[in-house]
Ligand binder design. Structure first.
Ligand code: ADP
Length: 619
């Protein structure tokens, strides 16, 4: 997410665009080159929202660039449409509509398959432009005679024709594009975009309909592409058929990578490097077609040495110079281990005497969750078999069992990550069997993961904001122009969660710089921030040092006050101390259920765990 300094970036952009015609000629930039850079920059604003912010790499943006361009150009040259701006807007809407339909298909797949579908679809558009629609598009000749805009103000008419005169119009379009893009990336929708880029699985699990948001990003990128395509026709007084070629899509990707993805201005900077190098190498050095060879080498060097592009590199440099890196060093993660390592469980007991858990006052009573006959079969393997399980409101239930007993599978079925082969799950009296994980989270049932599932590119606060947003806004909302700070209750919920998981002193620390124990606490925080009525914790103590265990057990005790929770863990001492009742799973079945005392003294449990060495669990 971009830093929230109100209007600073907008002001700097406006200032840059105003001074550019006075400064750039000194560096040898011709007005036509600057205008082309602006068109690519505008095209790239939408693409960066899709690729840099949402993590969806499309190689098919030429389809929308061409669609918007040809619709606008056709309106202006063949249909006698008088208004250039209106024609550009109609072209943009046509491209967005095409983006919506293609997004519905392409977004059914992820990763390389998504990218390949976009390539294929762009090729189809290219073919359609050249063949079936050549009467409208001019085929390989394109559409000549696209007019430039003029505005009748009553007392005078403003004409934007060529060179620096047209620049004013293009710069205004680019500025509006930047203002809109900034609003989008700073909105709740923009926050969810970043979450999808970093960890789509968790974005889904904390209650966001990521398919809807991906489609939104796709349509936004198509709309920007369509408008920029229209501007290309205006700029060249001719709509060229090569707008539809794969080269166009590829050049956009490369320019964004060179300038820096996820920065909004990366594509503009990349285009400036690309086009000025092209002019310099072709015209000044007379390299002809060989300029691409040099550009290829430059591209490889930049991507290898500036992984986040030119803007990312500059940001890293400024961090280094201002010493921000040092200030963000993670806390020591493993001190004092030796002191407690010899008697970790004694330390757990010493550090936190069992408080009497407060049940939710005046809240509902009776079962919050009921599983009946829950069975999960993977091929020939029975991971869970005929499990009956009930948890009451306000209860803290522990689940133990040897590795492979089916505990994680059981949790996945309860949160609807996987569907049972047979059996039913009732949550607050409602049958949730077969629902999806997003809807179940929206109902108030979620879990923390055994292996951390965080949004690794974001800070602690941004992580929690994403989880809290789903509870406050629902699974899908198009509040594209709303400031994230204006959502009632968000700041309070995030602050409360930060305090609950003991991370209030590090809200602005990037996740990558957290110590392991802090990451585990944030993992729990993500689930908590969705405000669940039933919270499942899958091995919250996994991989922790003894000291971190002590702290986390204390933390779990305080979190459990007034909440309903189910915890899986291997640390039986910790679990016996926390839970009111414990369910033991073995070979996918419920072996026994009872209070911690009953479980400790149960000979069947001792048999299962310790091969019959009675009394060891109770010791
Ligand atoms: P636990 O969490 O108690 O260690 P799991 O629920 O992870 O147990 O696994 C129970 C059994 O189901 C194991 O034998 C495991 O190999 C199997 N299993 C779990 N997930 C899958 C899967 N996706 N495909 C096939 N087998 C699986």
């Amino acid at each position: 997410m971009l830093k929230q300094r109100p209007y600073l970036i907008e002001l700097l952009t406006a200032a840059g665009l105003i001074v550019a015609p006075f400064v750039l000629p000194w560096f040898g930039f011709a007005p036509n080159t600057v205008n082309r850079i602006l068109v690519w920059g505008l095209f790239g604003l939408g693409f960066d929202i899709l690729f840099g912010f949402t993590g969806l790499l499309s190689f098919g943006q030429s389809a929308f660039y061409g669609t918007g361009g040809f619709v606008a150009a056709w309106l202006l040259t063949r249909a006698g449409f008088p208004n250039v701006v209106l024609a550009l807007v109609i072209g943009m809407i046509a491209a967005a509509a095409a983006g919506y339909l293609i997004g519905l298909i392409a977004l059914r797949r992820t990763g390389i398959y998504f990218a390949m579908i976009t390539v294929a679809i762009a090729e189809v558009f290219f073919f359609v432009e050249f063949n079936p629609l050549s009467d409208f598009t001019g085929g390989e000749n394109g559409l000549p005679g696209v007019p430039t805009p003029s505005f009748n103000l009553g007392f005078t008419t403003l004409h934007f024709t060529t060179g620096w005169s047209l620049y004013q119009f293009l710069a205004l379009c680019y500025f509006i594009g930047v203002v809109i893009a900034l609003r989008i990336v700073r909105s709740p929708v923009g926050a969810v975009f970043s979450a999808i880029r970093d960890n789509p699985l968790r974005a889904t699990a904390v209650g966001h309909n990521i398919h809807g948001y991906k489609l939104t990003a796709f349509v936004i990128a198509a709309a920007y592409a369509g408008f920029a395509g229209g501007l290309l026709g205006v700029l060249q007084a001719f709509m060229p058929p090569d707008a539809f070629t794969f080269d166009t899509s590829g050049q956009l990707v490369m320019q964004t990578a060179i300038g820096g993805r996820g920065t909004l201005f990366g594509p503009l900077v990349g285009a400036a490097v690309w086009l000025s190098l092209q002019d310099f190498l072709q015209a000044a050095l007379g390299l002809g077609a060989a300029w691409k060879l040099v550009l290829g080498v430059v591209f490889v060097l930049l991507v290898c040495f500036l992984r986040r592009g030119i803007i990312g590199g500059l940001a890293d440099l400024s961090d280094l110079l201002t010493g921000q890196r040092g200030a963000r060093e993670p806390e020591e993660s493993e001190p004092e281990v030796a002191a407690v390592a010899s008697a970790p469980h004694a330390a757990v007991a010493d550090a936190a005497p069992t408080p009497v858990r407060a049940r939710p006052e005046g809240g509902p009573t009776g079962p919050i969750l009921q599983a009946k006959g829950l069975t999960k079969r993977y091929g020939g393997l029975l991971a869970n078999s005929d499990i009956d399980f009930t948890v009451n409101h306000g209860e803290l239930r522990g689940i133990i069992g040897p590795n492979g007993a089916g505990k994680s599978t059981f949790f996945k079925m309860l949160t609807c990550e996987v569907h049972p082969t047979s059996g039913t799950i009732l949550f607050e009296g409602r049958d949730i069997t077969g629902m999806n994980v997003t809807d179940v989270c929206q109902l108030g049932l979620t879990k923390s993961y055994q292996v951390n599932q965080l949004f690794a590119g974001l800070t602690v606060r941004e992580n929690l904001v994403i989880a809290a947003l789903s509870g406050l806004r629902g699974k899908f909302k198009l509040d594209l122009f709303r400031s994230i700070d204006s959502i009632p209750g968000l700041t309070e919920r995030v602050q409360h969660t930060l305090e609950l998981v003991n991370l209030a002193s590090r809200p602005d620390t990037p996740v990558a710089e957290l110590a392991y124990g802090e990451k585990r606490r944030l993992e729990i925080g993500l689930a908590l921030a969705t405000s669940p009525s039933l919270l499942l914790l899958d091995e919250p103590l996994a991989g922790m040092s003894p000291r971190e265990r002590v702290e986390t057990v204390k933390l779990l005790k305080s979190i459990s006050q007034g909440r309903t929770m189910i915890i899986i863990d291997h640390d039986m001492d910790a679990l016996f101390e926390l839970a009111e009742r414990v369910t033991v799973l073995q070979e996918g079945r419920v072996l026994v259920e009872g209070t911690p005392e009953e479980i400790k003294n149960n000979s069947t449990v001792q048999e299962a765990y310790l091969g019959g060495v009675h009394g060891v669990l109770a010791a």
